[in-house]
Design a protein. Structure first.
Length: 344
């Protein structure tokens, strides 16, 4: 298959996902995903599919991205096709799509172990690709076991990563562990910035590695304006019984154990040295100077996926509201997946 045909197929998928005629079908798929996983609300699944179409699947974005690895758009990446086993994440809707895209655009074959929580959406996207280009049937296989693969890409928790490292040690691999994202505040932010930050914290119920789960704030920071700005969203989250169960449980634990915290009715904020907060909880840590904040971020860089700041003032950060809108080159854990695939 020519590289141009692969690119055109993904562009066609993007056009389909954006089209008005596709919306009834997508809404049905989103409902099915919700029945499989209560955290995948129809709105969240549809938002994820729209983000894939808008951020990844336009001809301009795909062309510019791929040209970085192969200036000749009519050729493959000068690779011998290998079978790439991908253990897909399933924490937020369609999160494994970027790995799927990288494997196929690099000219390799995909052997995918789909995550049970995200099976519906990824399986649907795979079937749609095969429908748009039947030749992809020979390049994509869904499987429970990945023994036959020549190389691996696996995403999981710190615990599962140890197993991946053991089983995949003898073959080329990328293994991703737990990461989370951090919001850096100066104390001068306004309500519109708080609303954007709210998306970074709460979108997809905070389950993604690109969700902000820890805030880095100046000493003596006043959280009340932030909590008040987010308070009107309470019904969105408390209407999900799984989220509310987590909120009720964590609130009870803090009250029983006398843990100091703030509470706006659906989101708890507490000072904690950990980085990955439970569902419904936002951690914070304090700094005295910007140099202190920078040193803290450097010290924890291996655990941080994204840093967000107002208007991206901090070098290397993204603006509030953008953590869940990665581009094609925003590789998980900072590891260039396409470069890895090209060198196989």
């Amino acid at each position: 298959m020519l590289q141009s045909e692969r690119l055109q197929t993904f562009v066609a998928l993007g056009n389909f996902l954006r089209s008005a005629s596709a919306q009834p079908e997508l809404e049905e798929i989103a409902q099915r995903a919700h029945h499989k996983n209560n955290f995948f609300t129809p709105d969240n699944s549809l938002n994820a599919l729209r983000a894939i179409a808008d951020q990844f699947l336009s001809v301009d974005k795909l062309t510019a991205w791929f040209q970085h690895y192969q200036p000749d758009q009519t050729a493959a990446l000068n690779v011998t096709p290998r079978l790439i086993g991908v253990v897909m994440a399933g924490n937020i809707p369609a999160v494994g799509f970027h790995d799927l895209l990288c494997v196929l655009m690099s000219g390799h074959k995909l052997l995918a172990k789909l995550s049970t929580p995200d099976f519906v959406l990824i399986h649907y996207l795979i079937q749609k690709l095969k429908e748009l280009n039947p030749e992809f049937t020979n390049w994509i296989e869904e499987a429970e076991r990945l023994n036959a693969a020549d190389a691996y890409i696996a995403t999981g928790s710190n615990n599962t990563a140890r197993y991946f490292e053991y089983y995949f040690a003898k073959k080329p691999h990328i293994i991703r562990k737990n990461r989370t994202s951090v919001g850096l505040l100066m104390g001068e932010e306004h309500e519109d910035e708080f609303l954007k930050l709210g998306h970074d914290i709460l979108d997809y119920y905070g389950l993604g590695c690109r969700n902000v789960s820890t805030l880095l704030v100046p000493e003596g920071y006043d959280f009340i304006p932030l909590l008040r700005a987010l308070e009107p969203q309470a019904s969105i989250y408390l209407n999900n019984h799984k989220y509310q169960n987590n909120y009720d449980y964590n609130k009870s634990v803090y009250l029983i154990n006398g843990v100091a915290h703030l509470d706006n009715g659906f989101l708890l904020v507490t000072e904690n040295a950990g980085l990955v907060s439970p569902i419904s909880v936002l951690y914070f840590q304090t700094y005295q100077t910007q140099a202190d904040a920078s040193a803290w971020l450097t010290r924890h860089a291996h655990q941080i996926q994204v840093v967000a700041s107002a208007n991206a003032w901090y070098p290397g950060s993204v603006s509030f509201g953008q953590t869940q809108r990665p581009g094609l080159s925003d590789y998980a854990d900072g590891v260039d997946t396409m470069a890895f695939l090209k060198e196989l």
